[in-house]
Each structure stands twice: as C-alpha cells, then as structure tokens.
Design a protein around this ligand. Structure first.
Ligand code: UDX
Length: 436
C-alpha cells in the first residue's frame, strides 16, 4: 500500500519505518528541512534500539522516503498518518494546533478518497475536529480514523511489529477495511484488531496509560506503607501480582514514572474530565503521589547526612527516565539533582545514553563522568535513579574502593538486600528495610 506519514518525530519515524518493513511504500513528510535532509542521507534522528537497521534497509530498498513537500508526499497515498506533536498547553490540555493546521492544509490539496489517521495521542473528539478542519476546504470523500499507538520507548520496534492489539476507531466500513488490510501482517499470530468508534479509540489510549500510571502510583504508596509497617514490597508485589486479575507487570515501585507519555496523558485526561464537569479523583491522586515519589530518596539522604548536604559530593547513576532510552523528559533524576544542588551538594552523573541531553539541559550544574565507576571518585554516596542493566551487577569492589562511604541510595531496588548486607553497605531502597 502507499502511505504518507506526516511528522517524523518519534512516533512518525517508528510508524513509517515499520510500515515500510512490511513492504508498503512510505513517504514521511516534515517541515524541518535539516531533519528531512539528514533522514534522506541515512542519518537517523532518534535513538531507538533496532530502528536504525530497519530504517537503513528500507531507505536502500526505496520503500522509505522523506520530503518537506506535503502535496508531493500525500499525492499517491491511500492512507495518511498524522504523527504530529500534541504538547500540553499551559492548562494541561493537549494543544491541537499542529494537527488541525495540517488538517486544514490537507483539505486544500486532497483530490480523491483517502483515509486520514490520527496516530498522535489526542483528546476525545479530535477525529471530529480533524474532519471539520479538512471539510473547510474539501468537499470530496475521505474518512478520519483514530489509531492510537501503544509504543514503549526502548522496545518500540517490537511493540509496533508485534502489537498486543491494534485499536482502530472508524465508523466507516470502507476505512475499516483499508486499515484491516494494512495491519494484517502485524497480527498474524492472532492478536486482535479491535474496531470501535473514533471517540472510544481516543479514550482507550488515555485510559490505558492512566491505568498503568495508577498501578505504579498504587505500588509506590504500598511501598511507603511497607517502610512504615516493616513489610517488604518485593514480597508483597509477588504475592499481589500472581493474581491473574492483577498481573505481574507494572507493579515495580521506584522513584516515580516519567517520560513523555504518562505524565502528559494523565494530566490531559484529568483536563478532559474537568471540561465535562467530572472530577477524576483517582488520577489527581496518581499525579500527587508521583510528584512526591520522585523525591522519595531525599529524606533518606538528608537523614543519613544529618540534614547537612553542604559540600557533600554524590555519584548519580541513571539520568534517562527509564532504561534503553536517552529521553530525560520528566526524569526523576533531574528532580533529585535539583534538590541536591539546592542543598549545596555537588553531583557527578553517568548514564549510558542520556549524557548529551543532560549536558544540553544542565550545562555545568553537574559533573559528567566518563563511565559509571568514574562517577564514584570521592563521592560520599551512590544514588541510583534508573535501572539500566549495567547497573544491576556492578563491580562492588570498585564501588567500595572509590566511594568515601559505603552508602547506596537505590531508587529502583536493583540489589538483593541480603547480598548487599554481606558486602557491608548502608543501603536504602524503596519499600524495603534499610540495610546497615
Ligand atoms: C508508555 C506506555 O507503556 C506505552 O504503551 C505508551 O504508548 C507510552 O507510554 P513509555 O513512556 O515509553 O511507554 O515507558 P514505560 O516502559 O511504559 O514506563 C513508563 C514509566 O513508568 C517509566 O518512568 C518507568 O520507570 C515507570 N515504571 C514502569 C515504574 O515505575 N514501575 C513499573 O512497574 C513500570
């Protein structure tokens, strides 16, 4: 099939590349000239494991092309995906200016039937707005479909190629058939394509992300209780998660969720609820808990150093909001750095992928270490903020010899408390007993 993808950000690039991978002809359109030039020259603009290989292969096979010319890009396309940014406005609601702007442009240049697909995460009712924006200038036949993505950063290619489900919100049978044909290769193993109306599809995306965020905040509160009552959250998590109705995944307590999706989507759903005079109480609590959780380690650090962090030096492992990405949006590490520096401490940081992004954001506010062990030199304690695999089984001898004190504050519960006790560390984590 011939496909156009408007917007070559994270979602657009993964979507375009993966559709090309199943033999479709894909043209990606973006207004950013430099980006389009880079992509055309085979230079990938985002970090996502496994994507570059597919990107280069499909570029070489001429199934994947890039242009800044919208008219040229959509000319032959049967399906046009909108993968445009929906940044939160000042009040937390998703700003639709890019999506509706492009929709109006499309109305001016459409000449025959096309399926226009909202891939971005958009508030309920956006498909109808897109339709109206196109109809301002175009009176011919077309359909607007909502097809939310459920991609996790770091495993987006796998999530796209082998989705748990594909949600298609389309009231027209013609559009459903086109979309069903497009996704058939992705659901060969039997996972469902779920057809519904446009509004329900739009809400499904927000509901899914908000539910997952709720699971995390819930477990973070259970972790707080475990600390106060002397229970162990790891054991509680296993006991709870083996109930199939609850499930084992997304029950890991830590220093809060971050990233580009959960914080933005929970906030947007709350905002949408307010607009229809509904007070979504649970989600307000989910956000509050998460804000507090980002600084969960701070009282522990303060208590250990007698509320005097002035002149103390910390090693901080992990800056990305989660492993396998260089994304630092809403990353808990940044909130902690802020608190530590405010209290007069210095911080030496290391992250396998996110160092450049942090340099751009923080400049010389922190020191940047060459590797995870270099960050430890002369530090008073080690703080862990992201569960990168390389932090899971570190060389403890190196940690012991480099740190001034044998102290670890672990925001992601990477180590077994028993093993760490044998090594003689003072170790504080989330929802588990302090090891002395
Ligand atoms: C998420 C959704 O999973 C995806 O379906 C959606 O399309 C976009 O948002 P992503 O933001 O890439 O994807 O990350 P995810 O792996 O879901 O993790 C989100 C956050 O939750 C991370 O900060 C992670 O550290 C945190 N988390 C996750 C926990 O704190 N505990 C858990 O048990 C799981």
């Amino acid at each position: 099939m011939k496909i156009a993808v408007i917007g070559t950000g994270y979602v657009g690039l993964v979507t375009g590349t993966c559709f090309a991978e199943t033999g479709n002809n894909v043209i990606c359109v973006d207004i950013d000239v430099t980006k389009v030039q880079k992509l055309t020259n085979g230079e990938i603009t985002i970090y996502e494991p496994g994507l570059e290989k597919l990107f280069l292969r499909n570029l070489k096979e001429d199934r994947l092309n890039f242009t800044t010319d919208l008219t040229e890009g959509i000319k032959d396309a049967e399906i046009i995906f909108l993968a445009l940014p929906t940044p939160p406005g000042e009040d937390g609601s998703a700003d639709l200016k890019y999506i509706l702007g492009v929709s109006e442009e499309l109305g001016k240049i459409l000449t025959d039937y096309k399926v226009i697909v909202d891939k971005s995460t958009v508030p309920v009712g956006t498909a109808a707005k897109v339709k109206a924006a196109i109809e301002k200038n175009y009176k011919g036949e077309f359909d607007v479909v909502s097809n939310p993505e459920f991609l996790r950063e770091g495993v987006a290619v796998d999530d796209f190629m082998k989705p748990d489900r594909v949600v298609i919100g389309a009231s027209s049978e013609r559009a459903r058939n086109v979309m069903g044909q497009l996704y058939a290769p992705f659901v060969r193993q039997g996972n469902p394509v779920i057809y519904m109306d446009e509004k329900s599809a739009e809400l499904t995306k927000y509901a899914a992300n908000s539910f997952l965020a709720t699971k995390i905040s819930f477990m973070n509160e259970i972790a707080q209780l475990c600390e106060l009552l002397g229970a162990d959250v790891d054991q509680v998590r296993k006991g709870v998660g083996s109930d199939e109705r609850i499930g084992r995944r997304f029950l890991f307590p830590g220093i809060g969720y971050g990233g580009s999706c959960f914080p933005k989507d929970v906030q947007a759903l709350v905002k949408s609820s307010v607009e229809v005079n509904y007070d979504f109480q649970i989600l307000n609590a989910v956000m509050d808990v998460n804000e507090k959780q980002k600084l969960h380690l701070m009282p522990k650090i303060n208590a250990y150093f007698n509320n005097d962090l002035k002149g103390k030096h910390f090693a901080l492992w992990g800056l990305a909001f989660k492993p396998n990405t260089d994304d630092i949006r809403e990353a808990p590490a940044l909130y902690m750095i802020d608190e530590l520096v405010k209290a007069g401490a210095t911080v030496s940081v290391f992250d396998p992928e996110a160092m450049n992004n942090v340099k751009k954001l923080l400049g010389d506010k922190v020191e940047y270490a060459e590797n995870q062990y270099a960050a430890l030199n002369n530090a008073d304690a080690l703080i862990i903020a992201t569960e990168w695999n390389e932090f899971r089984t570190p060389d403890f001898l190196k940690i012991v010899t480099s740190l001034k004190n044998k102290v670890i504050f672990d925001g992601r519960n990477l180590f077994e408390t028993k093993a760490i006790k044998e090594l003689g560390f003072h170790y504080e984590s989330v929802g588990r007993a302090t090891v002395n």
